[in-house]
Ligand binder design. Structure first.
Ligand code: SAM
Ligand code: DTB
Ligand code: SF4
Length: 341
């Protein structure tokens, strides 16, 4: 990596410039260029990420999104990280889809607590058309409260994505999770291409794309770079990029994964910010294990969205009081008004 030198009146400042993205439009970022970013001295990487962040976003604004598992457990897929797969003995019981009344109550409570976005998750491999009809009712009810709506329901066909859009869905979450070459180590019941096909259906229906991955599944740095390259080279790249730190759940195949150095997690957040400047970078699962100081570094690295509420889907999350206090301590504020999608 080349090093630039800038002289000022009082001091000489050394800094490492970001590697330039690859020049072909279909490959804005090569895996190598992203790996070089990940390898930068941490202070240089954080400085660049925060500089990019301030060019594109208010420096003190954090989106608060609340998650609700509207259909829990019993999933036929075998994603190695997931407590909701029917293949693993995790103690999560399969439940039916929640009613409109229950979901509306939860969404209203989230809104009253300060959330502007409400994300509904269902442990389906791929919803049936009749599931989509029921989801459309839930989406209409949540949207009716004035919240932004997000859903993550598994694989979609184009007509299903279209139907969700017509019901008022703003975002669809569907993660690539890791690099293509590591994917089969994590899940074998579907292919990477299946994920890409669903993302194309979502994009084609005019729904904003929420797509990211998980760090800490035993992957190499090159796989983290490979995931980031996949995301950053999408045309266009996702509007919303959740970066999850693996929550190791007993009973899942990845429960005993080697924990990641928290500073390496911060690096991935910074790279997401640099390579996808206009995306909302979401500091997602795993905040309980990261602690306040590391979360603070993640915000400095450009994260500007968190899951807000005492629970993620089935595992824990920092409670609302702790998050409110943390944001206050840091001089950050929850996003107040929602942009129309
Ligand atoms: N069934 C749908 C699907 O797979 O797209 C939606 C729900 S799924 C739980 C949503 C995402 O949560 C996964 O793609 C994964 O990135 C993340 N996730 C699930 N379990 C996790 C865990 N234990 N730690 C971190 N992230 C996790
Ligand atoms: C995402 O990327 N992370 C969220 C959301 N999208 C749906 C889910 C995290 C799940 C963590 C484990 C659990 O509670 O099931
Ligand atoms: Fe099912 Fe989604 Fe969990 Fe995979 S991540 S097992 S598809 S709920």
């Amino acid at each position: 990596m080349s090093q630039a030198t800038t002289s000022t009146a009082t001091q000489t400042v050394h800094w490492h410039p970001a590697p330039a993205p690859a020049s072909t439009p279909s490959q804005r970022w090569s895996v190598e260029a992203i790996q070089a970013l990940l390898d930068l001295p941490l202070m240089d990487l954080l400085f660049q990420a925060q500089s990019v962040h301030r060019q594109h976003w208010p420096a003190d604004e954090i989106e608060l999104a609340t998650l609700l598992s509207v259909k829990t457990g019993g999933c036929p897929e075998n994603c190695g990280y997931c407590p909701q797969s029917a293949e693993f003995d995790t103690g999560v019981k399969a439940e039916k889809l929640m009613s409109v009344e229950e979901v509306t109550r939860a969404a209203k409570a989230a809104q009253d607590a300060g959330a502007t976005r409400f994300c509904m998750g269902a442990a389906w491999r791929a919803p049936k058309d009749r599931d989509i009809e029921k989801m459309n009712e839930l989406i209409g009810a949540v949207k009716g409260l004035g919240l932004q709506t997000c859903a993550t329901l598994g694989m979609l066909q184009p007509h299903q994505a279209q139907s969700l859009r017509e019901a008022g869905l703003d975002y669809y979450n569907h993660n690539l999770d890791t690099a293509p070459e590591y994917y089969q180590d994590v899940v074998s019941t579907r292919q990477y291409q299946d994920r890409l096909d669903t993302l194309a259906a979502v994009r084609g229906a005019g729904i904003s794309v929420c797509c990211g991955g998980i760090i800490g599944m035993g992957e190499e740095v090159v796989h983290r770079a490979g995931l980031m390259a996949q995301l950053a080279n999408m045309e266009p790249y996702p509007e919303s990029v959740p970066i999850n730190s693996l929550v190791p759940v007993p009973g899942t195949p990845l429960a005993d994964s080697e924990p990641v150095d928290p500073l390496d997690f911060v690096r991935v957040i910074a790279v997401a910010r640099i390579t996808m400047p206009k995306a909302r970078v979401r500091l997602s699962a795993g905040r309980q294990q990261l602690g306040e100081a590391v979360q603070t570094l993640c915000f400095l690295a450009g994260a500007n969205s968190i899951f807000y509420g005492n629970k993620l889907l089935v595992t824990g999350n920092p409670d609302v009081e702790a998050d409110t206090q943390l944001l206050r301590k840091l001089g950050l504020r929850g996003l107040q008004t929602q942009a129309a999608a």
